[in-house]
Design a protein around this ligand. Structure first.
Ligand SMILES: [Fe+2]
Ligand SMILES: [Fe+2]
Length: 355
């Protein structure tokens, strides 16, 4: 490597730190160090290495950098360039580095069939602990959060008052909102009605059709959305007939049909929906996979978080308690972790909850 005319000033044979640094893609001070090393190697170079200002040998490199360092002999300049690779400070050895993904993952927690006031308090508390420990981007309550027992057509003298259910559910979602936002202020929330919430509209149709559409300032007064205060709490609302469409052809819906065995209900929902589906409603856990020429589709039944209601014979229900976490590892790729809750305990993300 031989210096070209860029390194000479109009006098013909001068080289500066600034132009040397520019040429080599290094800083002026690094270029200064190179010249100093070179100077130390070639004692004869001393005489030919000059500074426009008077800089003592003991002065710092920084001080010298302030001054244009000049090499006034083209032969030495050539020698300097020939030995540059040797003189260049060695790059420190790169450390072993593992590239950790940025938090590109998005976690969605899906809970359903809590059936206030028949909720399982201990289980809900453990689920809350899990959410507290997690980084959650969306929480979905996928139907039958309320039992709406008092609004059913079943004749039972001992029916839970509707107001009591609302109070319990409202305090639950307030706490849930707070806990989920504890690690992620931007967490989103979605409420989907189940067939039990749909009891309110059916009740009004039967008993008080005049009040069905009653609205004040645009708010439908006698609606689950209004009674639960979902708008004020920042929750998105979907009715029983709607579903939440997520990327990667994944649909979250409460569910309408119940088959006898685990996973066959969601298989039916997948045929109806034509994609991958997560449902509640059946109170069972299950997984159903189908691969065809269009791809692989997955269906999950998401268990329940309630106790067996008093109107069912003791231990007669083929139910499992559970919930799931859906994790997006990119825009459309998702993975499901199902929590199977047994005796109030479950494992999620390698940790035991409810013990
Ligand atoms: Fe249910
Ligand atoms: Fe249901």
């Amino acid at each position: 490597m031989i210096p070209d005319s860029d390194f000479y000033n109009q006098n013909g044979d001068l080289l500066s730190c600034r132009s040397l640094g520019k040429k080599l893609g290094i800083s002026k001070s690094a270029a200064s160090l190179l010249i100093r090393k070179f100077k130390a190697r070639h004692s004869t170079f001393d005489d030919e290495y000059s500074l426009p200002g008077k800089v003592e040998e003991s002065e710092s490199v920084e001080a010298a950098d302030e001054t244009e360092l000049l090499i006034s002999n083209p032969v030495n300049a050539k020698r300097l360039f020939q030995s540059i690779d040797e003189l260049r400070p060695k790059e420190p050895k790169k450390q072993f580095e593992v590239k950790m993904p940025k938090r590109a993952h998005r976690n969605i927690i899906i809970l359903n069939d809590i059936h206030f006031p028949y909720h399982d308090e201990a289980i809900l508390e453990s689920v809350m602990h899990y959410i507290y420990d997690s980084q959650v981007d969306m929480v979905v309550l996928n139907g039958d959060t309320l039992d709406c027992e008092a609004l059913s057509t079943f004749q039972d003298a001992d029916r839970a008052p509707f107001g009591e259910e609302l109070d319990l559910a409202r305090s639950f979602i307030k706490q849930l909102t707070k806990i989920a936002r504890h690690n992620n202020a931007g967490c989103e929330f979605v409420w989907i009605d189940g067939n039990h919430e749909a009891r309110l509209e059916k009740y009004l149709v039967r008993q008080a059709p005049e009040l069905l559409g009653l609205s004040v300032e645009g708010n439908k007064v006698l609606s689950i959305r209004n009674l639960m205060g979902l708008d004020e709490l920042g929750w998105q609302y979907l009715s029983y007939s709607e579903f939440l469409a997520l990327p990667g052809d994944l649909y979250i819906q409460h569910g309408h049909k119940v088959s006898k065995h685990s996973s066959s209900s969601v298989g039916n929902s997948m045929r109806d929906q034509g994609g991958s589906v997560i449902i509640g409603h059946v109170h069972r856990l299950g997984a159903f996979y189908v691969t065809n020429r269009l791809g692989t589709f997955r269906g999950f039944e998401n268990g329940c978080l309630c106790k067996q209601p008093k109107y069912l014979p003791k231990d007669s229900a083929n139910w499992q308690r559970g919930f799931c976490k859906v994790t997006y590892t990119d825009e459309t790729t998702w993975h499901v972790q199902q929590a199977f809750i047994q005796d109030g305990k479950f494992m999620m993300d390698g940790k035991l909850y409810g013990a």
